[in-house]
Design a protein around this ligand. Structure first.
Ligand code: BGC
Length: 553
Protein backbone atom coordinates (compact mmCIF):
# COMPACT_ATOMS: atom_id res chain seq x y z
CA UNK A 1 0.00 0.00 0.00
CA UNK A 2 1.27 3.46 -0.80
CA UNK A 3 0.47 5.71 2.11
CA UNK A 4 0.86 9.42 1.52
CA UNK A 5 2.60 11.33 4.28
CA UNK A 6 0.90 14.42 5.67
CA UNK A 7 2.92 17.61 5.96
CA UNK A 8 3.07 19.10 9.42
CA UNK A 9 4.80 22.40 8.92
CA UNK A 10 2.37 24.51 10.89
CA UNK A 11 2.23 22.73 14.19
CA UNK A 12 -0.07 25.03 16.17
CA UNK A 13 1.64 24.15 19.45
CA UNK A 14 4.75 26.07 20.47
CA UNK A 15 8.08 24.28 19.97
CA UNK A 16 9.02 23.44 23.54
CA UNK A 17 11.59 20.72 24.18
CA UNK A 18 10.51 20.61 27.79
CA UNK A 19 6.73 20.42 27.47
CA UNK A 20 6.61 16.93 28.97
CA UNK A 21 8.22 17.93 32.27
CA UNK A 22 5.37 17.98 34.75
CA UNK A 23 2.71 17.67 32.06
CA UNK A 24 -0.72 16.11 32.59
CA UNK A 25 -1.56 13.33 30.16
CA UNK A 26 -5.03 11.85 29.60
CA UNK A 27 -5.05 8.19 28.64
CA UNK A 28 -7.64 7.10 26.09
CA UNK A 29 -8.45 3.41 25.69
CA UNK A 30 -9.85 3.58 22.14
CA UNK A 31 -12.10 0.50 22.30
CA UNK A 32 -14.03 2.11 25.14
CA UNK A 33 -14.03 5.85 24.51
CA UNK A 34 -16.62 6.57 21.80
CA UNK A 35 -18.12 4.39 19.09
CA UNK A 36 -18.94 6.32 15.91
CA UNK A 37 -19.93 3.50 13.53
CA UNK A 38 -22.34 1.47 15.62
CA UNK A 39 -20.30 -1.69 16.03
CA UNK A 40 -20.15 -1.46 19.83
CA UNK A 41 -16.41 -0.70 19.80
CA UNK A 42 -14.84 2.74 20.11
CA UNK A 43 -12.84 4.15 17.21
CA UNK A 44 -10.64 7.05 16.08
CA UNK A 45 -13.55 9.06 14.62
CA UNK A 46 -15.23 8.71 18.02
CA UNK A 47 -12.14 10.07 19.74
CA UNK A 48 -12.08 13.03 17.33
CA UNK A 49 -15.68 13.87 18.25
CA UNK A 50 -14.81 13.84 21.94
CA UNK A 51 -11.54 15.77 21.74
CA UNK A 52 -13.15 19.09 22.71
CA UNK A 53 -14.21 17.40 25.96
CA UNK A 54 -10.66 16.19 26.57
CA UNK A 55 -9.29 19.65 25.83
CA UNK A 56 -11.82 21.12 28.27
CA UNK A 57 -10.16 19.15 31.06
CA UNK A 58 -7.05 21.29 30.60
CA UNK A 59 -4.65 18.39 30.02
CA UNK A 60 -1.52 18.83 27.92
CA UNK A 61 -1.54 15.60 25.96
CA UNK A 62 -3.41 12.43 25.19
CA UNK A 63 -1.95 8.93 25.19
CA UNK A 64 -3.97 6.63 22.95
CA UNK A 65 -3.65 2.91 23.65
CA UNK A 66 -2.84 0.85 20.51
CA UNK A 67 -5.02 1.18 17.42
CA UNK A 68 -2.75 -0.71 14.99
CA UNK A 69 -3.79 -3.72 12.92
CA UNK A 70 -4.22 -6.61 15.32
CA UNK A 71 -6.14 -9.84 15.89
CA UNK A 72 -7.03 -8.23 19.25
CA UNK A 73 -6.21 -11.22 21.45
CA UNK A 74 -4.67 -8.70 23.86
CA UNK A 75 -6.88 -5.91 22.52
CA UNK A 76 -4.31 -4.23 20.33
CA UNK A 77 -1.19 -5.01 22.37
CA UNK A 78 -0.60 -7.77 19.80
CA UNK A 79 0.31 -5.94 16.61
CA UNK A 80 0.15 -7.40 13.07
CA UNK A 81 1.09 -4.23 11.21
CA UNK A 82 2.81 -1.34 12.99
CA UNK A 83 2.22 1.04 10.11
CA UNK A 84 -1.54 0.90 9.74
CA UNK A 85 -4.75 1.38 11.69
CA UNK A 86 -6.97 -1.61 12.42
CA UNK A 87 -10.19 -1.30 10.37
CA UNK A 88 -12.10 -1.68 13.63
CA UNK A 89 -10.66 1.70 14.70
CA UNK A 90 -10.77 3.42 11.30
CA UNK A 91 -8.16 4.37 8.74
CA UNK A 92 -4.82 6.06 8.64
CA UNK A 93 -6.72 9.08 7.27
CA UNK A 94 -8.75 9.13 10.49
CA UNK A 95 -5.50 9.14 12.44
CA UNK A 96 -4.19 12.12 10.45
CA UNK A 97 -7.46 13.92 11.12
CA UNK A 98 -7.15 13.09 14.82
CA UNK A 99 -3.67 14.59 15.03
CA UNK A 100 -4.85 17.71 13.23
CA UNK A 101 -7.88 18.15 15.47
CA UNK A 102 -5.87 17.48 18.65
CA UNK A 103 -3.25 20.02 17.66
CA UNK A 104 -5.91 22.61 16.83
CA UNK A 105 -7.20 22.08 20.37
CA UNK A 106 -3.64 22.44 21.75
CA UNK A 107 -3.39 18.79 22.74
CA UNK A 108 -0.24 16.83 22.03
CA UNK A 109 -0.62 13.23 20.89
CA UNK A 110 1.32 10.31 22.34
CA UNK A 111 0.86 6.91 20.74
CA UNK A 112 1.47 3.54 22.34
CA UNK A 113 4.20 1.57 20.59
CA UNK A 114 4.27 -2.10 21.53
CA UNK A 115 7.74 -3.01 20.31
CA UNK A 116 8.72 -5.77 22.69
CA UNK A 117 6.54 -8.34 20.97
CA UNK A 118 4.32 -8.68 17.91
CA UNK A 119 1.27 -10.78 17.22
CA UNK A 120 2.02 -14.29 16.01
CA UNK A 121 0.08 -13.31 12.88
CA UNK A 122 2.70 -10.66 12.01
CA UNK A 123 4.44 -11.51 8.73
CA UNK A 124 7.83 -11.23 10.48
CA UNK A 125 6.89 -14.05 12.83
CA UNK A 126 5.38 -16.16 10.05
CA UNK A 127 8.67 -15.91 8.19
CA UNK A 128 10.80 -16.40 11.30
CA UNK A 129 9.04 -19.61 12.31
CA UNK A 130 9.14 -21.08 8.79
CA UNK A 131 12.74 -22.38 9.09
CA UNK A 132 15.97 -21.92 11.02
CA UNK A 133 17.76 -20.20 8.17
CA UNK A 134 15.30 -17.73 6.65
CA UNK A 135 16.28 -14.01 6.59
CA UNK A 136 14.21 -13.35 9.73
CA UNK A 137 15.18 -16.58 11.52
CA UNK A 138 16.83 -14.58 14.30
CA UNK A 139 14.14 -11.88 14.66
CA UNK A 140 12.44 -13.61 17.59
CA UNK A 141 13.90 -15.40 20.62
CA UNK A 142 14.19 -19.05 19.61
CA UNK A 143 15.82 -21.85 21.53
CA UNK A 144 16.21 -25.61 21.40
CA UNK A 145 14.47 -27.71 24.00
CA UNK A 146 16.43 -29.25 26.84
CA UNK A 147 17.37 -32.90 26.20
CA UNK A 148 14.24 -33.95 28.07
CA UNK A 149 12.08 -31.85 25.76
CA UNK A 150 11.26 -29.21 28.35
CA UNK A 151 11.70 -25.43 27.74
CA UNK A 152 15.21 -23.95 27.84
CA UNK A 153 14.79 -22.28 31.25
CA UNK A 154 12.37 -21.45 34.05
CA UNK A 155 11.07 -18.11 32.72
CA UNK A 156 7.35 -17.50 33.21
CA UNK A 157 4.78 -15.62 31.18
CA UNK A 158 3.00 -12.80 33.01
CA UNK A 159 -0.27 -14.11 31.61
CA UNK A 160 0.34 -17.55 33.16
CA UNK A 161 2.40 -20.68 32.53
CA UNK A 162 5.88 -20.96 31.01
CA UNK A 163 7.21 -18.11 28.84
CA UNK A 164 8.07 -20.64 26.12
CA UNK A 165 5.86 -22.14 23.44
CA UNK A 166 6.86 -25.08 21.32
CA UNK A 167 6.75 -24.54 17.57
CA UNK A 168 6.42 -27.71 15.54
CA UNK A 169 7.47 -26.01 12.32
CA UNK A 170 10.91 -24.96 13.56
CA UNK A 171 11.11 -27.68 16.19
CA UNK A 172 12.16 -25.05 18.72
CA UNK A 173 10.68 -23.02 21.54
CA UNK A 174 10.00 -19.29 21.21
CA UNK A 175 9.80 -16.76 24.03
CA UNK A 176 6.62 -14.90 24.95
CA UNK A 177 6.44 -12.76 28.08
CA UNK A 178 2.69 -12.37 27.64
CA UNK A 179 0.27 -14.54 25.58
CA UNK A 180 1.72 -17.32 23.46
CA UNK A 181 0.25 -15.34 20.55
CA UNK A 182 2.63 -12.45 21.47
CA UNK A 183 6.11 -13.72 20.56
CA UNK A 184 9.00 -11.59 21.82
CA UNK A 185 11.16 -9.83 19.27
CA UNK A 186 14.90 -10.40 19.55
CA UNK A 187 16.47 -6.99 20.16
CA UNK A 188 19.96 -8.47 20.04
CA UNK A 189 19.41 -8.68 16.28
CA UNK A 190 20.44 -5.29 14.76
CA UNK A 191 17.93 -5.60 11.90
CA UNK A 192 15.09 -5.79 14.43
CA UNK A 193 16.26 -2.56 16.06
CA UNK A 194 16.57 -0.82 12.68
CA UNK A 195 13.11 -1.91 11.64
CA UNK A 196 11.51 -0.74 14.89
CA UNK A 197 13.27 2.61 14.71
CA UNK A 198 11.78 2.93 11.28
CA UNK A 199 8.33 2.21 12.71
CA UNK A 200 8.84 5.09 15.16
CA UNK A 201 9.98 7.32 12.27
CA UNK A 202 6.83 6.44 10.34
CA UNK A 203 4.65 7.89 13.12
CA UNK A 204 6.95 10.85 13.79
CA UNK A 205 6.55 11.73 10.13
CA UNK A 206 2.79 11.63 10.57
CA UNK A 207 3.08 14.27 13.30
CA UNK A 208 2.84 12.48 16.63
CA UNK A 209 4.34 14.32 19.61
CA UNK A 210 5.64 11.31 21.43
CA UNK A 211 5.40 7.72 22.43
CA UNK A 212 4.42 5.56 25.31
CA UNK A 213 6.71 2.57 24.96
CA UNK A 214 4.90 -0.51 26.20
CA UNK A 215 6.85 -2.86 28.53
CA UNK A 216 10.04 -0.98 27.72
CA UNK A 217 12.25 -3.01 30.06
CA UNK A 218 11.26 -6.29 28.37
CA UNK A 219 13.01 -5.57 25.06
CA UNK A 220 16.20 -7.50 25.83
CA UNK A 221 16.63 -10.83 27.55
CA UNK A 222 19.78 -12.61 28.63
CA UNK A 223 21.69 -14.01 25.62
CA UNK A 224 22.63 -17.10 27.64
CA UNK A 225 18.99 -17.63 28.70
CA UNK A 226 19.97 -18.22 32.32
CA UNK A 227 17.34 -19.31 34.87
CA UNK A 228 15.86 -16.57 37.07
CA UNK A 229 16.55 -17.12 40.78
CA UNK A 230 13.53 -17.74 42.98
CA UNK A 231 12.37 -15.11 45.47
CA UNK A 232 11.74 -15.86 49.11
CA UNK A 233 8.03 -15.39 49.95
CA UNK A 234 8.79 -12.35 52.12
CA UNK A 235 10.39 -10.60 49.13
CA UNK A 236 7.47 -11.06 46.76
CA UNK A 237 5.95 -7.80 45.60
CA UNK A 238 2.57 -7.65 43.88
CA UNK A 239 2.83 -4.22 42.26
CA UNK A 240 3.19 -5.52 38.70
CA UNK A 241 1.23 -8.79 38.78
CA UNK A 242 -1.63 -10.01 40.99
CA UNK A 243 -0.87 -12.08 44.06
CA UNK A 244 -2.31 -15.24 42.52
CA UNK A 245 0.35 -15.14 39.76
CA UNK A 246 3.52 -17.23 40.36
CA UNK A 247 5.37 -14.75 38.13
CA UNK A 248 5.89 -12.93 41.43
CA UNK A 249 7.93 -15.83 42.80
CA UNK A 250 10.99 -15.10 40.66
CA UNK A 251 13.62 -12.41 40.72
CA UNK A 252 13.46 -11.28 37.08
CA UNK A 253 17.13 -10.63 36.52
CA UNK A 254 17.56 -12.51 33.26
CA UNK A 255 14.27 -12.33 31.34
CA UNK A 256 14.05 -8.50 31.36
CA UNK A 257 15.70 -5.21 32.39
CA UNK A 258 19.02 -6.16 30.76
CA UNK A 259 21.91 -3.67 30.43
CA UNK A 260 21.95 -3.76 26.59
CA UNK A 261 18.78 -1.67 26.68
CA UNK A 262 20.63 1.61 27.22
CA UNK A 263 22.17 1.45 23.75
CA UNK A 264 18.77 1.04 22.15
CA UNK A 265 17.28 3.88 24.20
CA UNK A 266 20.07 6.12 22.94
CA UNK A 267 19.33 5.16 19.36
CA UNK A 268 15.62 5.86 19.87
CA UNK A 269 16.33 9.21 21.52
CA UNK A 270 18.67 10.24 18.72
CA UNK A 271 15.85 9.55 16.27
CA UNK A 272 13.33 11.49 18.38
CA UNK A 273 15.75 14.41 18.55
CA UNK A 274 15.59 14.76 14.76
CA UNK A 275 12.06 16.11 15.29
CA UNK A 276 11.08 19.15 17.38
CA UNK A 277 9.51 18.71 20.84
CA UNK A 278 9.13 14.93 20.93
CA UNK A 279 8.85 13.16 24.28
CA UNK A 280 8.49 9.57 25.35
CA UNK A 281 7.39 7.71 28.42
CA UNK A 282 8.58 4.16 28.93
CA UNK A 283 6.49 1.71 30.92
CA UNK A 284 8.78 0.02 33.45
CA UNK A 285 7.25 -3.03 35.07
CA UNK A 286 9.76 -4.51 37.50
CA UNK A 287 8.64 -5.30 41.02
CA UNK A 288 12.21 -5.62 42.34
CA UNK A 289 14.16 -2.79 40.74
CA UNK A 290 11.50 -0.60 39.11
CA UNK A 291 12.69 2.75 40.39
CA UNK A 292 16.36 2.05 39.76
CA UNK A 293 15.51 1.15 36.16
CA UNK A 294 13.36 4.24 35.77
CA UNK A 295 16.34 6.26 36.93
CA UNK A 296 18.67 4.58 34.47
CA UNK A 297 16.30 4.97 31.53
CA UNK A 298 15.63 8.67 32.13
CA UNK A 299 19.07 9.84 33.25
CA UNK A 300 20.75 12.68 31.30
CA UNK A 301 19.35 13.76 27.96
CA UNK A 302 20.11 10.84 25.69
CA UNK A 303 17.49 8.31 26.84
CA UNK A 304 13.77 8.52 27.59
CA UNK A 305 12.32 11.73 29.02
CA UNK A 306 9.99 9.93 31.45
CA UNK A 307 9.25 6.49 32.79
CA UNK A 308 5.84 5.32 33.87
CA UNK A 309 5.80 4.11 37.47
CA UNK A 310 3.87 1.18 38.96
CA UNK A 311 4.33 2.31 42.55
CA UNK A 312 0.85 3.81 42.90
CA UNK A 313 -0.91 1.24 40.75
CA UNK A 314 -0.75 -1.43 43.42
CA UNK A 315 -3.37 -2.42 45.97
CA UNK A 316 -1.33 -0.79 48.74
CA UNK A 317 -3.02 2.48 49.60
CA UNK A 318 -0.62 5.42 49.49
CA UNK A 319 -0.59 6.63 53.07
CA UNK A 320 1.48 9.71 53.86
CA UNK A 321 4.39 7.48 54.82
CA UNK A 322 4.15 5.37 51.71
CA UNK A 323 4.15 8.39 49.39
CA UNK A 324 7.13 9.84 51.26
CA UNK A 325 8.94 6.51 51.01
CA UNK A 326 8.34 6.18 47.28
CA UNK A 327 9.35 9.76 46.51
CA UNK A 328 12.33 9.53 48.86
CA UNK A 329 13.55 6.39 47.14
CA UNK A 330 13.00 7.89 43.71
CA UNK A 331 15.04 10.94 44.71
CA UNK A 332 17.80 8.64 45.99
CA UNK A 333 18.07 6.12 43.18
CA UNK A 334 16.87 8.27 40.27
CA UNK A 335 17.96 11.77 41.25
CA UNK A 336 18.50 12.77 37.63
CA UNK A 337 15.42 10.92 36.35
CA UNK A 338 11.79 11.82 35.70
CA UNK A 339 8.73 9.79 36.65
CA UNK A 340 5.23 9.80 35.27
CA UNK A 341 2.80 8.88 38.07
CA UNK A 342 -0.65 7.36 37.69
CA UNK A 343 -3.24 5.92 40.03
CA UNK A 344 -5.36 4.19 37.37
CA UNK A 345 -4.96 2.77 33.88
CA UNK A 346 -6.37 0.09 31.57
CA UNK A 347 -4.48 -2.69 33.42
CA UNK A 348 -5.50 -2.18 37.04
CA UNK A 349 -8.62 -1.92 39.15
CA UNK A 350 -9.81 1.70 39.24
CA UNK A 351 -8.14 3.37 42.20
CA UNK A 352 -11.27 4.60 43.99
CA UNK A 353 -12.33 0.94 44.27
CA UNK A 354 -8.84 -0.46 44.81
CA UNK A 355 -8.22 1.85 47.76
CA UNK A 356 -11.85 2.05 48.92
CA UNK A 357 -12.01 5.85 48.59
CA UNK A 358 -15.07 7.95 49.34
CA UNK A 359 -15.72 11.12 47.36
CA UNK A 360 -13.69 13.37 49.68
CA UNK A 361 -10.75 10.95 49.68
CA UNK A 362 -10.83 10.65 45.89
CA UNK A 363 -10.50 14.45 45.70
CA UNK A 364 -7.70 14.47 48.23
CA UNK A 365 -5.78 11.87 46.24
CA UNK A 366 -6.16 13.89 43.06
CA UNK A 367 -4.75 16.89 44.90
CA UNK A 368 -1.83 14.72 45.95
CA UNK A 369 -1.22 13.35 42.45
CA UNK A 370 -1.23 16.82 40.94
CA UNK A 371 1.07 18.06 43.69
CA UNK A 372 3.77 15.47 43.03
CA UNK A 373 7.08 16.09 41.36
CA UNK A 374 6.92 14.27 38.03
CA UNK A 375 4.42 14.11 35.20
CA UNK A 376 0.93 12.76 35.68
CA UNK A 377 -1.23 10.40 33.72
CA UNK A 378 -4.99 10.29 34.21
CA UNK A 379 -7.10 7.43 32.89
CA UNK A 380 -10.39 8.02 31.08
CA UNK A 381 -13.33 8.00 33.47
CA UNK A 382 -11.36 8.73 36.62
CA UNK A 383 -12.37 12.38 36.25
CA UNK A 384 -15.97 11.15 36.72
CA UNK A 385 -15.03 9.33 39.91
CA UNK A 386 -15.92 5.98 38.33
CA UNK A 387 -15.67 2.84 40.42
CA UNK A 388 -14.44 -0.45 38.97
CA UNK A 389 -17.30 -2.00 37.00
CA UNK A 390 -18.50 -5.49 37.82
CA UNK A 391 -18.05 -7.79 34.84
CA UNK A 392 -19.44 -11.31 35.13
CA UNK A 393 -17.48 -14.33 33.89
CA UNK A 394 -19.89 -14.68 30.93
CA UNK A 395 -19.02 -11.18 29.75
CA UNK A 396 -15.29 -11.46 30.42
CA UNK A 397 -13.01 -10.62 27.49
CA UNK A 398 -9.55 -10.31 29.02
CA UNK A 399 -7.44 -13.48 28.59
CA UNK A 400 -5.44 -12.57 31.70
CA UNK A 401 -8.65 -12.56 33.76
CA UNK A 402 -9.86 -15.82 32.25
CA UNK A 403 -6.57 -17.43 33.22
CA UNK A 404 -6.55 -16.38 36.87
CA UNK A 405 -10.32 -16.23 37.56
CA UNK A 406 -11.80 -15.92 40.14
CA UNK A 407 -8.99 -14.68 42.42
CA UNK A 408 -7.99 -12.17 39.77
CA UNK A 409 -10.93 -10.92 37.72
CA UNK A 410 -8.79 -9.46 34.97
CA UNK A 411 -8.74 -6.00 33.50
CA UNK A 412 -12.23 -5.67 32.01
CA UNK A 413 -13.69 -3.88 35.03
CA UNK A 414 -11.61 -0.77 34.28
CA UNK A 415 -12.11 -1.04 30.51
CA UNK A 416 -15.89 -0.74 30.31
CA UNK A 417 -17.05 2.14 28.06
CA UNK A 418 -17.04 5.81 29.00
CA UNK A 419 -20.38 7.18 30.08
CA UNK A 420 -21.27 10.38 28.29
CA UNK A 421 -25.03 10.61 28.81
CA UNK A 422 -27.11 9.43 31.77
CA UNK A 423 -30.46 8.94 29.96
CA UNK A 424 -29.14 6.39 27.56
CA UNK A 425 -28.84 2.67 28.04
CA UNK A 426 -25.37 2.65 26.49
CA UNK A 427 -24.30 5.85 28.20
CA UNK A 428 -24.02 7.63 24.83
CA UNK A 429 -21.00 5.45 24.03
CA UNK A 430 -22.68 3.51 21.25
CA UNK A 431 -26.13 2.94 19.84
CA UNK A 432 -25.64 -0.82 19.93
CA UNK A 433 -24.62 -3.25 22.66
CA UNK A 434 -21.01 -2.36 23.61
CA UNK A 435 -18.16 -4.91 23.61
CA UNK A 436 -18.16 -4.79 27.42
CA UNK A 437 -21.31 -4.01 29.38
CA UNK A 438 -21.84 -0.47 30.63
CA UNK A 439 -21.99 -0.39 34.39
CA UNK A 440 -25.45 0.80 35.47
CA UNK A 441 -23.72 2.39 38.48
CA UNK A 442 -21.67 4.50 36.10
CA UNK A 443 -24.66 6.05 34.32
CA UNK A 444 -25.45 8.48 37.11
CA UNK A 445 -21.84 9.71 36.94
CA UNK A 446 -21.88 10.48 33.22
CA UNK A 447 -20.31 13.59 31.73
CA UNK A 448 -23.77 15.06 31.08
CA UNK A 449 -24.69 14.59 34.75
CA UNK A 450 -21.56 16.38 35.99
CA UNK A 451 -20.75 18.85 33.25
CA UNK A 452 -22.66 21.83 34.65
CA UNK A 453 -22.38 21.04 38.34
CA UNK A 454 -19.60 23.09 39.87
CA UNK A 455 -19.45 20.70 42.84
CA UNK A 456 -19.04 17.55 40.74
CA UNK A 457 -15.92 15.39 40.55
CA UNK A 458 -15.50 16.40 36.91
CA UNK A 459 -15.50 20.10 37.84
CA UNK A 460 -13.05 19.36 40.61
CA UNK A 461 -10.65 17.62 38.18
CA UNK A 462 -10.85 20.60 35.84
CA UNK A 463 -10.18 22.99 38.69
CA UNK A 464 -7.21 21.04 40.02
CA UNK A 465 -5.62 20.58 36.58
CA UNK A 466 -5.99 24.32 35.97
CA UNK A 467 -4.44 24.95 39.39
CA UNK A 468 -1.39 22.84 38.54
CA UNK A 469 -1.05 24.65 35.25
CA UNK A 470 -1.27 28.04 36.90
CA UNK A 471 1.59 27.08 39.23
CA UNK A 472 4.67 25.91 37.31
CA UNK A 473 6.28 25.17 40.69
CA UNK A 474 4.03 22.09 40.87
CA UNK A 475 4.93 20.91 37.38
CA UNK A 476 8.65 21.60 37.48
CA UNK A 477 9.75 22.32 41.02
CA UNK A 478 12.01 20.40 43.36
CA UNK A 479 10.55 18.26 46.15
CA UNK A 480 11.39 18.47 49.84
CA UNK A 481 9.62 16.43 52.49
CA UNK A 482 8.47 18.44 55.53
CA UNK A 483 6.65 15.94 57.67
CA UNK A 484 4.82 12.65 57.36
CA UNK A 485 2.81 10.07 59.29
CA UNK A 486 0.42 7.46 57.86
CA UNK A 487 -2.28 10.10 58.33
CA UNK A 488 -0.77 13.19 56.81
CA UNK A 489 1.95 14.35 54.51
CA UNK A 490 3.49 17.74 53.95
CA UNK A 491 6.13 18.71 51.40
CA UNK A 492 7.53 21.79 49.72
CA UNK A 493 8.00 22.29 46.01
CA UNK A 494 10.41 25.02 44.87
CA UNK A 495 11.06 26.56 41.48
CA UNK A 496 12.53 29.82 40.22
CA UNK A 497 12.10 31.85 43.37
CA UNK A 498 8.74 30.42 44.37
CA UNK A 499 7.82 27.81 46.94
CA UNK A 500 4.59 25.88 47.39
CA UNK A 501 3.82 24.15 50.66
CA UNK A 502 1.50 21.17 50.07
CA UNK A 503 -0.13 19.27 52.93
CA UNK A 504 -2.66 16.45 52.90
CA UNK A 505 -4.75 14.99 55.70
CA UNK A 506 -5.63 11.34 54.93
CA UNK A 507 -7.47 10.78 58.21
CA UNK A 508 -10.92 11.49 59.56
CA UNK A 509 -9.65 13.73 62.34
CA UNK A 510 -8.34 17.30 62.16
CA UNK A 511 -4.64 17.99 61.89
CA UNK A 512 -2.50 21.05 62.30
CA UNK A 513 0.85 21.03 60.54
CA UNK A 514 3.58 23.52 61.40
CA UNK A 515 4.80 25.55 58.46
CA UNK A 516 8.44 26.46 57.88
CA UNK A 517 9.45 30.10 58.52
CA UNK A 518 8.09 32.65 56.07
CA UNK A 519 5.10 34.65 55.00
CA UNK A 520 2.96 31.88 53.53
CA UNK A 521 -0.45 32.53 52.03
CA UNK A 522 -3.07 30.09 50.78
CA UNK A 523 -3.03 29.63 47.04
CA UNK A 524 -6.62 30.11 45.88
CA UNK A 525 -8.42 27.96 43.33
CA UNK A 526 -8.35 24.39 44.67
CA UNK A 527 -11.59 24.26 46.69
CA UNK A 528 -9.80 22.36 49.46
CA UNK A 529 -10.70 23.74 52.87
CA UNK A 530 -7.32 23.64 54.59
CA UNK A 531 -6.47 27.04 56.08
CA UNK A 532 -3.59 28.94 57.65
CA UNK A 533 -3.45 30.32 61.17
CA UNK A 534 -0.76 31.43 63.60
CA UNK A 535 -0.40 27.82 64.66
CA UNK A 536 0.23 26.46 61.18
CA UNK A 537 -1.81 24.80 58.49
CA UNK A 538 -5.14 23.55 59.76
CA UNK A 539 -6.50 20.56 57.85
CA UNK A 540 -10.03 19.22 58.42
CA UNK A 541 -10.53 15.50 57.62
CA UNK A 542 -9.53 14.54 54.04
CA UNK A 543 -8.53 18.09 53.23
CA UNK A 544 -5.42 19.62 51.76
CA UNK A 545 -3.75 22.98 51.57
CA UNK A 546 -1.50 24.55 48.99
CA UNK A 547 0.28 27.63 50.34
CA UNK A 548 2.68 29.92 48.46
CA UNK A 549 5.75 31.91 49.34
CA UNK A 550 8.00 34.13 47.30
CA UNK A 551 11.49 33.01 48.17
CA UNK A 552 13.38 35.89 46.56
CA UNK A 553 12.94 39.18 44.77
C1 BGC B 1 0.02 -3.13 28.60
C2 BGC B 1 -0.98 -4.26 28.74
C3 BGC B 1 -0.55 -5.36 27.81
C4 BGC B 1 0.91 -5.76 28.03
C5 BGC B 1 1.45 -6.57 26.91
C6 BGC B 1 1.28 -3.77 29.13
O1 BGC B 1 1.89 -3.40 30.14
O2 BGC B 1 -0.31 -1.97 29.31
O3 BGC B 1 -2.29 -3.86 28.51
O4 BGC B 1 -1.37 -6.48 27.99
O5 BGC B 1 1.74 -4.63 28.15
O6 BGC B 1 1.67 -5.78 25.79
Amino acid sequence: MNIEMPIHEDHPLPADQDWWRGCVIYQIYPRSFQDSNSDGIGDLAGIINRLPYVASLGVDAIWISPFFTSPMLDFGYDVTNYRDVDPMFGTIGDFDALIQRAHDLKLRVIIDLVLSHTSDTHRWFRESRSSRDNPKANWYVWSDAKPDGSPPNNWLSIFGGPAWEWDGERMQYYLHNFLKEQPDLNFHEPQVQDELLDVARFWLDRGVDGFRFDTINFYFCDTELRDNPSLAPEHRDFSTAPEVNPYNWQDHVYDKSRPEMIGFLQRMRALMNEYPSIAAVGEVGDAQRGMEIMGEYTRGDDRMQMCYAFEFLSAEKPTGERVAKVLGKFARVASDGWACWAFSNHDVERHVTRWGLNDAQARLYLGLLLGLRGSVCLYQGEELGLQEAYVSYEDLQDPYGKRFWPKFRGRDGCRTPMVWITDNLNGGFSDVKPWLPISMDHLGHSVSAQEHDSLSMLSFYRRMIAFRKAHPVLAKGSFRLVTTTPDYLAFIREHEGRAMFCAFNFSETDHTVTLPEGNWHTAPGTSFSGSLSERGAYLPPYQAIFAELETNG
